[in-house]
Design a protein around this ligand. Structure first.
Ligand SMILES: Nc1ncnc2c1ncn2[C@@H]1O[C@H](COP(=O)(O)OP(=O)(O)OP(=O)(O)O)[C@@H](O)[C@H]1O
Length: 551
């Protein structure tokens, strides 16, 4: 069953701070306090001039010093707490993202391009913090300033307040015209960044082929085009925001001077005192700045919303509904009817095949016949209908508990970013096999002696065969009853391969399904059954039958 949860929209800020409610609340209180202190400055100004405090310099100095002290404390606290909040949100966003990725099934994860994931962690989270969270908090702070400033000015001169609000309306209107353009520019910028990262990833992945095939210029030309796209889209995005910002700040300057002129006219008609005009001029910043900045901040918020929506969508766990916890050993796997397609191309069309516990199956067939796909389906890395494990529909079986009952090794298994020892034991102390024995059987002594405690083990240039032997040793150390091998011997020399085959296949409790291409008569004879892939079907035969017909 697909998780058809509808996309949640809106209330983004609430979702972002839901794990940090207390800190968010404290930040809001400090923001309000800061605005109150700012308003005190206007009141102080008008008080100083109208109540002739200028005559008493000592009280003036005391009042100003007290004010500055309070201002310093509140403003520092506010800045610091808001910064802490932003960092907590960044941490939670990253945490939600990687936890949601880790909970995905293998198939859905593989569909995602790694550069897209890197881009999410690197650029998109920053866009959300810098453009969305900061702007939202600023909007709140400016709203409080606007309310307090407006109340103060309304108390002294309703006309000036009306004038300021009228200018505000015009500014917001001008900015809202460009709303969609801003969203589009932001998405274009992120797209071009994603493509560039993707090309750099390809450059790293194919570097030796690029050098050998003399393709450096082709790749650099491609990167140049993408680099140019980034340059242009960044300029379009940031440049456009900067132009709007500067128009808005021009409007704010004009409003300040118009307010002063308006106030002087009112003084002329005895409707205002000088002190009150100074108070209004000071407080007008509390009205003008929010209005102008509100337009700028709204631009930033609008432009970052699509990114935030995408990040939140990706943070929603997309795990399938798998109700059956699989806490028993695998007795058998029945393929009742398996029909598997990639797009419109059918790869497998099998029926009535049973894989029994304890038997050893050699899986062979022409390249591209679907053997790996078959193993991926049995190990639930790919989803398909018609497979039953202990008569339970494999589709409904929980992946993690099922995966705990088998080991799987493929030819491309890379080493984990752990030390040599941990790569085999995965930190488990107990196993049927001792680490020392496995090191001997899998001929890993030279690596073991040299690199036992090296935590940068993954960076060693081990050969393909050495890596495969370590992965096979890990599979045996895990001591599971079922072992799925997908060309797990492909890079191992004959002597090592024969010895390891002998060791694995002589274990009577172990069920083995092993895909192999180059296999000798001696090795084949260690198996019980051969599963031969032909024309989307599997022919199952006894090993003697296969040996008689093929060797
Ligand atoms: N994710 C995919 N999307 C589309 N086609 C795929 C995908 N994975 C594999 N195929 C195709 O399905 C076919 C079967 O692939 P599969 O890897 O299962 O074959 P195989 O028998 O294991 O081959 P080989 O012996 O060469 O490893 C191949 O033609 C392959 O190109």
């Amino acid at each position: 069953m697909k998780n058809n949860k509808p996309k949640e929209k809106g209330l983004f800020m609430f979702k972002l701070v839901q794990n940090h409610k207390v800190l968010y609340f404290i930040s809001l209180i400090l923001i309000v306090s800061y605005s109150v202190v700012d308003l005190l400055k206007s009141i102080l100004m008008s008080y100083i001039f109208d109540d002739h405090l200028l005559d008493s310099i000592s009280s003036l100095i005391v009042i100003v010093l007290v004010f500055l002290g309070v201002y310093l404390i509140v403003s520092t606290l506010q800045q610091y707490v808001v910064e802490v909040l932003k960092n907590k949100i960044r941490y939670s966003l990253n945490q939600n993202l990687y936890q949601s990725y880790a909970s995905r099934n293998i198939e859905s994860f593989q569909k995602k391009d790694s550069s897209e994931i890197l881009n999410e962690f690197n650029n998109e989270v920053n866009v959300v913090i810098d453009n969305y969270v900061s702007s939202k908090l600023n909007v709140f702070s400016l709203t409080i300033s606007l309310i307090l400033g407006s109340l103060y000015i309304a108390n002294l001169s309703v006309e000036i307040l009306m004038f300021l609000l009228f200018c505000a309306f015009i500014t917001i209107f001008i900015n809202s015209i460009f709303k969609n353009r801003l969203k589009k520019n932001q998405m274009n910028y992120l797209d071009s960044m994603k493509q560039w990262l993707c090309s750099i990833k390809n450059l790293c992945r194919c570097f030796s082929d690029i050098k050998i095939l003399n393709l450096e210029k082709v790749f650099c030309d491609g990167l140049d085009i993408e680099n140019k796209n980034i340059e242009q889209s960044t300029l379009k995005n940031n440049g456009f925001i900067k132009i709007l910002t500067s128009i808005n700040s021009f409007i704010s300057q004009a409003m300040f001077f118009l307010t002063l002129l308006f106030g002087i006219v009112l003084i002329h008609y005895n409707r205002l005192t000088v002190g009150q005009l100074l108070g209004i001029a000071q407080a007008s910043n509390m009205v003008i700045m929010p209005i102008v900045n509100y337009a700028n901040l709204r631009n930033m918020i609008q432009s970052s919303k699509p990114v935030l929506q995408k990040l939140l969508d990706n943070s929603i766990c997309s795990e399938e509904n798998e109700p059956i916890i699989f806490d028993e050993q695998i007795h058998d796997i029945k393929i009742k009817h398996l029909c598997y397609c990639y797009g419109v191309r059918q790869i497998l069309d099998l029926s009535n095949l049973v894989i029994d516990q304890g038997k050893k199956y050699l899986v062979i067939g022409k390249s591209g016949d679907g053997k790996s796909t078959f193993l991926d389906i049995l190990t639930k890395q790919k989803k398909a209908d018609g497979i039953y494990v202990n008569d339970k529909d494999l589709k409904d079986v929980q992946f993690s508990t099922y995966a705990d009952k088998f080991s799987y090794v493929n030819q491309d298994n890379d080493l984990l970013p752990f030390s040599f020892e941990q790569n085999i034991t995965l930190g488990r102390k107990m196993s049927k096999y001792s680490l020392k024995d496995l090191v001997t059987i899998f001929n890993l002594e030279s690596i073991f002696d040299k690199e036992r405690d090296n935590l940068d083990f993954e960076h060693l240039n081990l050969s393909g065969g050495e890596k495969q032997r370590i992965c096979l040793a890990r599979a045996m150390y895990r001591n599971k009853k079922w072992l799925f091998l997908d060309e797990a011997f492909s890079a191992i020399d004959k002597t090592n391969s024969d010895r390891i085959h002998q060791f694995i296949l002589s274990n009577p409790d172990l069920t083995v399904l092993s895909i192999e291409h180059k296999v000798t008569k001696e090795t084949v004879s260690l198996y019980d059954k051969v599963l031969l892939f032909e024309n989307k079907k599997i022919v199952s035969m006894d090993v003697e039958e296969y040996l008689n017909s093929s060797f």
